[in-house]
Design a protein around this ligand. Structure first.
Ligand code: ADP
Ligand code: MG
Length: 733
C-alpha cells in the first residue's frame, strides 16, 4: 500500500532512474505525484465525428491513420497526415516537421486535439499542428494492451505535461498515476478540520485525487478546464490552507518572542515631530502610527511597509529610528546598493544630525581601518543610527543595543535574505531565553533577551494575493498617497530613429533649469557588450549631442568613490544629464530631474521600468518619461510598454507584471523563497487563498466549539510531514 509520503520510486512502473527524472519536476513522493495535475482534459468519451466538425472550434478527434507524407514547399517541409473515420477524412498539417516521418503506421488509432480550420484553397477542414497521441493498433487483441487502452479512450482523459525530454510522456503519467491511485492506502487521513470542510463543502481527499485525474463522464468541461470542479477546489484549498497554516504558526511563534516595549511619551513624540521638514501626508501619519503601535508592544515588530516609489517612506523610517534611539537603542538601516546607502546617509545627516543623533555609514568599500573604527563605535553603542548595505548582515557587526532593523527596498534582497536577517538578529537569544526561564535567574541583561523590531520597506507594490502568501508572516502597512504637489508623469513611446527629437526635448528641459536621466539597459552589470554600448552612447552624448552641457556617467563597475562623486554632483545640480545603467533603479532622489529617457525600453521588465520612472516626478515640475525602442518588440514587450504609457499606478503595474511573468519570476528566482505551488495558481485562486488564510487563522486560534485539539494536532502533523518539505517558507518548530 502506498502512503502519500512514500517515495515515488516505489510506485509500480517507476524505478530509481525514472524517479530521478521526476525529481527534476520536484516530484519526490506519491503525494507529489498525485498532485501533478493534468493541465487539460480531452473528452474522448464523445469524440467528434469528422463529418460534424466546424471551422474555428477546438476539437478532439479519434481516428485511424490512413496515410502520411512529407512534401516540400519553397519555404519549408510540411508533414501531412490523413486520418479517417469510416468514409470521412481529416487532414492534419505540421510545418517544419520532418521528424514526424515514419511515425504513423496506417491502421493505428490516433487522438488529435487542435483548432479546426478551413483550408482557403480547397475549402476542406483541417487541423494545423494538432497535439496528438498514438492509441495503438485499432485491432489489438492483447488483453494488457486493451486494459491500457481503456485509459486512453472512451472517457474524459487527463493530459499531463511531459518530462525528461519527452521520455516521460503524458501517456506514461496517465498510467503511473493510475497505478499509484490503485495502490493508494484506502484510509487516507483527513487532515483538514471538519468545520472547515463543512463550510467549504470539501470532498474527501481520496475522492478529490481520483476525480481530478479521472473525472466522471458527467463532469462539466468548463469546470474541468478552469480547475473549478469539487476535486480541484479540494486540492487547491488544501495546498493553500497548509501554507497559510505554516505562516500563521510562524507568526504566532514570533508574537510569543520577547521584544522591546519601546516607550512613546511626550518627549519622544516631540523628538519625532521636530525633525519633519514638511507636513506628513495622511497616509504617512497613519503608517507611522501603525509602526509606533507595534514598537510599543512587548513582542518584536515584523512589519512590511509597502509604498510606491516617491511615496515618502524614508522619513517614516527615520521617525521609527528616533523612537528606538530615544529609548536608548541602536538602529540599523540597510539598503541594497552602496549608492542608496550613501543617499540615505546624506539625508539622515541632513535631517537628523542637527537634532544631535550620531549616524555612521558602513559599506563594503570602506578601507579596512575605517571599517574597524566604525565597528567599534557600533559595538560600544556610540553610533545610534547605522546605515549600510547588506554587508551589515554578512560582516561581523555587533551592536551594543540593537533595537530596530530597517530594510529598505526589500524587493532587491530576496526573501531568503530577509529570513537570514531575522535569524541573525535573533541569533542565540532564543537559547538564552530558555536557559533564563529554566534557571529562573534574572542575571542575564535585558538586551540579550529581547528581539529587535524589524521594518521592511518595499517600493514593489506587491499585489494583495502575493503579499498574503509571501509575507503572510508579516503585518503590512500601505502608503497609498503621494506627497502633495506632484503632477503625474507623462510617458511616451518613441522609436529610436526619432532620437534627434528626443534630444531636442531633453535640451529644452535642461535649459529651463531641470535635469535629465538617460538610461541604458545594462541589466546584468557583468555584461561586457552591454556596458560598452552604454559607454559609447555616453561619449556620443557628452562629446557631440550635448557637448555644451554637463553630462555624467554612472554604472555599476565604477569604483565606489567615483560613483559617489558622480551621484553627488548630479544631486547638487553640477551635472545636468546623467547617463546611467540600472544602478539608479532604486531610491535615488533628485527632485529637480524631470526627464527620463530609457533606451531599448523593450528590454526592461515592467517592474524595472516602473522603478526607473519613479526617479522622476519627485518635484513640483511636470516630468516626462520617454521610452525609446530599437528593433522588434515582442508581444509581451508591447504589453509592458503599453502598460507604462497607460498608467502610473504601481499596483496596476504590479498586477500586470505578475500576470506576465507568473508568481515564480515575480520576485526573481524561486530561490528567493517564493513557494512553488503544485496545484494552486495565485492569479486564478486568490479568493481561495483568502479563504485559506482566514480558516488557518481560525484553526490556530485554538480549540473551541468548532475545532478540537485533536484536529489541530492532526493538521500540524500533516503540515510537518507532508507539506513542510515542499515549501521552504513554512518552517515548523
Ligand atoms: P520613497 O518612498 O520612494 O523612498 P522618498 O522617501 O525618497 O520616497 O520620498 C520622495 C520625495 O518626497 C523626497 O524628496 C521626500 O523628501 C519627499 N517627501 C516625502 N514626504 C513628503 C511630504 N509629506 N511632503 C512633501 N515632500 C515629501
Ligand atoms: Mg526610498
Amino acid at each position: 500500500m502506498l502512503e502519500l509520503t512514500t517515495p515515488v520510486q516505489y510506485v509500480k512502473g517507476i524505478g530509481p532512474k525514472l524517479a530521478e527524472i521526476l525529481a527534476t519536476k520536484e516530484i519526490a513522493t506519491v503525494g507529489d505525484l498525485l498532485n501533478y495535475l493534468p493541465f487539460r482534459y480531452e473528452d474522448r468519451l464523445n469524440p467528434r465525428g469528422i463529418a460534424e466538425l466546424r471551422a474555428g472550434e477546438m476539437a478532439t478527434v479519434i481516428g485511424e491513420v490512413r496515410n502520411s507524407g512529407l512534401f516540400r514547399t519553397r519555404r519549408m517541409p510540411i508533414f501531412q497526415l490523413t486520418v479517417g473515420q469510416g468514409r470521412s477524412r481529416l487532414r492534419c498539417l505540421w510545418f517544419n516537421a520532418a521528424y514526424l516521418q515514419d511515425k504513423f503506421k496506417p491502421g493505428e488509432l490516433i487522438a488529435l486535439y487542435g483548432k479546426v480550420e478551413q483550408d482557403p484553397k480547397s475549402c476542406e477542414l483541417q487541423i494545423v499542428q494538432p497535439q496528438f497521441e498514438m492509441l495503438g493498433d485499432a485491432a489489438a487483441e492483447d488483453a494488457d494492451d486493451k486494459a491500457a487502452a481503456s485509459l486512453e479512450v472512451g472517457r474524459i482523459v487527463p493530459i499531463y505535461e511531459s518530462a525528461g525530454q519527452g521520455r516521460v510522456t503524458a501517456r506514461w503519467f496517465r498510467r503511473v498515476i493510475r497505478k499509484a491511485l490503485d495502490d493508494l492506502t484506502p484510509d487516507l487521513a483527513e487532515t483538514i478540520p471538519a468545520a472547515v470542510r463543512g463550510r467549504l463543502a470539501l470532498v474527501s481527499p481520496r475522492e478529490a485525487l481520483w476525480k481530478v485525474h479521472w473525472p466522471e463522464a458527467g463532469e462539466s468541461s468548463e469546470d474541468l478546464q478552469s480547475s473549478r470542479t469539487p476535486a480541484h477546489i479540494r486540492l487547491i484549498f488544501e495546498e493553500l490552507f497548509f501554507i497559510e497554516l505554516g505562516l500563521e504558526l510562524k507568526r504566532r511563534q514570533q508574537k510569543a518572542e520577547t521584544g522591546i516595549p519601546f516607550r512613546l511619551d511626550d518627549r519622544v513624540r516631540q523628538a519625532i515631530k521636530k525633525i519633519l521638514p514638511f507636513h506628513p501626508t495622511t497616509a504617512q501619519k497613519r503608517v507611522l502610527k501603525e509602526i509606533a503601535d507595534d514598537m510599543q508592544k512587548p513582542y518584536p515588530m515584523r512589519r512590511l511597509l509597502q509604498g510606491d516609489v516617491g511615496s515618502g517612506k524614508t522619513i517614516i523610517s527615520f521617525q521609527a529610528a528616533i523612537i528606538a534611539i530615544e529609548n536608548g537603542y541602536q538602529v540599523a538601516l540597510m539598503a541594497p546598493t552602496e549608492i542608496l546607502a550613501q543617499q540615505h546617509y546624506f539625508s539622515a545627516r541632513r535631517i537628523l544630525e542637527n537634532a544631535g543623533y550620531r549616524i555612521v555609514l558602513l559599506t563594503g568599500s570602506l578601507e579596512a581601518d575605517r571599517k574597524r573604527e566604525i565597528r567599534r563605535h557600533i559595538a560600544q553603542g556610540n553610533a545610534q543610527l547605522v546605515i549600510g548595505t547588506h554587508a551589515l548582515l554578512e560582516e561581523k557587526v555587533e551592536f551594543a543595543r540593537p533595537g530596530l532593523v530597517i530594510v529598505d527596498e526589500q524587493h532587491r534582497f530576496g526573501v531568503l535574505q530577509r529570513l537570514k536577517l531575522m535569524k541573525k538578529s535573533g541569533e542565540g537569544s532564543e537559547g538564552r531565553a530558555q536557559t533564563a526561564a529554566s534557571e529562573g535567574s534574572a542575571q542575564i541583561p535585558e538586551k540579550n533577551l529581547a528581539e529587535p523590531d524589524v521594518l521592511v520597506m518595499t517600493a514593489t507594490p506587491i499585489p494583495r494575493t502575493l503579499a498574503l502568501t509571501l509575507y503572510g508572516d508579516l503585518d503590512i502597512s500601505v502608503l497609498d498617497e503621494l506627497p502633495p504637489g506632484r503632477t503625474p508623469i507623462v510617458t511616451r513611446r518613441i522609436t529610436d530613429d526619432q532620437s534627434p527629437k528626443v534630444w531636442d526635448f531633453v535640451r529644452k528641459q535642461v535649459v529651463a533649469g531641470h535635469q535629465a536621466y538617460v538610461v541604458y539597459p545594462v541589466i546584468a552589470e557583468s555584461e561586457e557588450t552591454e556596458l560598452k554600448a552604454a559607454i559609447k552612447m555616453y561619449r556620443e552624448l557628452s562629446g557631440k549631442i550635448f557637448a555644451d552641457l554637463k553630462v555624467g556617467l554612472l554604472h555599476g563597475r565604477l569604483d565606489a568613490d567615483l560613483k559617489d562623486q558622480v551621484m553627488r554632483m548630479f544631486q547638487k545640480g553640477e551635472l545636468q544629464i546623467l547617463v546611467a545603467t540600472t544602478v539608479i533603479e532604486v531610491g535615488v532622489d533628485v527632485p529637480n530631474a524631470t526627464v527620463m529617457v530609457i533606451e531599448h525600453a523593450e528590454r526592461f521588465g515592467l517592474a524595472q521600468l516602473h522603478q526607473l520612472r519613479g526617479r522622476i516626478g519627485r518635484g513640483a515640475a511636470k516630468s516626462y518619461c520617454i521610452l525609446m525602442t530599437g528593433g522588434k518588440v515582442t508581444e509581451e514587450g508591447e504589453r509592458r510598454l503599453d502598460a507604462m504609457v497607460r498608467t502610473n499606478d504601481g499596483f496596476q503595474i504590479a498586477e500586470l507584471d505578475l500576470e506576465l511573468r507568473g508568481p515564480g519570476e515575480f520576485f526573481g528566482t524561486r530561490q528567493a523563497g517564493m513557494p512553488n505551488f503544485r496545484v494552486a495558481n495565485l492569479i486564478r485562486d486568490w479568493q481561495l487563498l483568502e479563504l485559506a488564510k482566514r480558516e488557518a487563522a481560525a484553526v490556530m486560534a485554538g480549540p473551541n466549539s468548532e475545532v478540537t485539539q485533536a484536529e489541530i494536532s492532526r493538521a500540524l502533523v500533516a503540515l510537518r510531514t507532508r507539506w513542510q518539505h515542499t515549501y521552504g517558507l513554512v518552517e515548523v518548530g
